[in-house]
Design a binder for this molecule. Structure first.
Ligand code: NAP
Length: 256
C-alpha cells in the first residue's frame, strides 16, 4: 500500500543536511512532521520556519542513542498526532578525521547509525503491525555497498541488511520498509570533502519518492550505481584505487 499525504512522519537527524532538506520537502508535500535531533535551537527554528502555527510540524530534541530519549520521542509523536505512520531513520555520524581505530569511541557510529534505527523500529512496529499500515525508511549509504571506512561501512552494511531482511519479514503485513542509499552530497558530514557534490535536496526528493512508492533500495544520485556495479563485478580493481583514496584523505596521518 502506498502511504498517502498528511500522514505523520517521525524524522531523525532533522537539524542539518539531508534531514533538514527532507523536512523541507515533506512539509511542502503536506506531511505532518516530528523533527528529532540533539540541537534544540536548530530544530525549534526549523519547525517554526516550516509551520509557524505549530500544528503540523513539531520539534522534539532527542539523542537517538539514549533509550529514554527514544521512548520520549515516540510518546511525544503519539501525543501530538496519535500515531507514527512513517519512521525515517536518518540520523547518522561517521569518524570524520583520521583512521577509525584511532578514534576514542568508534562504536558510537554503530550506536547512532545501526542500533538506534533498530530500537526505534522496535518501538513503532507494534502499532504499525496492529494497524496493518506503516513505513520504515532507512537512510543507508553507498558505503553500505562499496566498503571504504571500516566503522562507517560496518554500520551501513548492517543497516542495509536490517532493512532488506525486515522488508521480507513484513511482506504481506501492510508495513513497508525502504532503504535510500546516498552517495556524496553536501552536508555537515561531508564539509571537509573536496569533491563536486550535489546538495542534500536530491536525497530529500528520493525519500519523498519512496514514501509515494516504497522501494527495496534507491541509490541517489543515480551515477553511484556505477561504483556499486564496479565493486560487485571487479573488486580487485577497486582495491587498486583504494590506497589512492586513503592517501588523499589521510595525507596527514601517513605511516600509522
Ligand atoms: N552527506 C553524505 O554524503 C551522505 C552520504 C551517504 C549517507 N549519508 C547519511 O545521511 C544521513 C544524514 O547525514 P548528513 O549527510 O545529512 O549529515 P549531517 O548534516 O551531519 O546530519 C546528521 C544528522 O544526524 C543527527 N544526529 C547525529 N547524532 C545524533 C544523535 N545521537 N541523536 C540524534 N540525532 C543525531 C545530527 O543532529 P544533532 O547533531 O543536532 O544531533 C544531524 O541532524 C546519515 O545517516 C548519513 O550517514 C550521508
Amino acid at each position: 500500500m502506498t502511504l498517502s499525504r498528511r500522514q505523520t512522519v517521525l524524522l531523525t537527524g532533522a537539524s542539518s543536511g539531508i534531514g533538514r532538506a527532507t523536512a523541507h520537502e515533506l512539509a511542502a508535500r503536506g506531511y505532518r512532521l516530528v523533527l528529532a535531533a540533539r540541537r534544540e535551537e536548530e530544530l525549534a527554528a526549523l519547525a517554526r520556519e516550516l509551520d509557524p502555527s505549530g500544528s503540523r510540524v513539531v520539534a522534539v530534541p532527542t539523542d537517538v542513542t539514549d533509550d529514554t530519549s527514544r521512548r520520549a520521542l515516540v510518546a511525544a509523536t503519539q501525543e501530538h498526532f496519535g500515531q507514527v505512520d512513517v519512521l525515517i531513520n536518518n540520523a547518522g555520524v561517521t569518524v570524520e578525521r583520521g583512521w577509525w581505530w584511532d578514534d576514542p569511541d568508534p562504536l558510537r557510529v554503530l550506536r547512532v547509525n545501526l542500533e538506534a534505527p533498530i530500537e526505534l523500529t522496535r518501538l513503532v512496529l507494534p502499532g504499525m503491525r496492529a494497524r496493518g499500515a506503516g513505513h520504515i525508511v532507512n537512510i543507508g549509504s553507498v558505503a553500505g555497498r562499496v566498503p571504504f571506512n571500516g566503522m562507517y561501512s560496518a554500520s551501513k552494511f548492517g543497516l542495509r541488511g536490517f532493512s532488506q531482511a525486515l522488508r521480507r519479514e513484513l511482506l504481506g503485513t501492510g508495513v513497508q520498509v525502504s532503504l535510500v542509499s546516498p552517495g556524496f552530497v553536501r552536508s555537515e558530514m561531508t564539509r571537509a570533502a573536496r569533491l563536486p557534490m550535489p546538495g542534500p535536496e536530491v536525497i530529500a526528493r528520493a525519500v519523498a519518492g519512496v514514501l509515494e512508492r516504497p522501494r527495496r533500495e534507491v541509490v541517489a544520485p543515480r551515477a553511484y550505481a556505477l561504483p556499486i556495479l564496479l565493486d560487485a563485478a571487479l573488486p580487485g580493481l577497486v582495491d587498486r584505487v583504494a590506497p589512492l583514496v586513503f592517501r588523499r584523505r589521510y595525507a596527514h596521518e601517513r605511516g600509522k
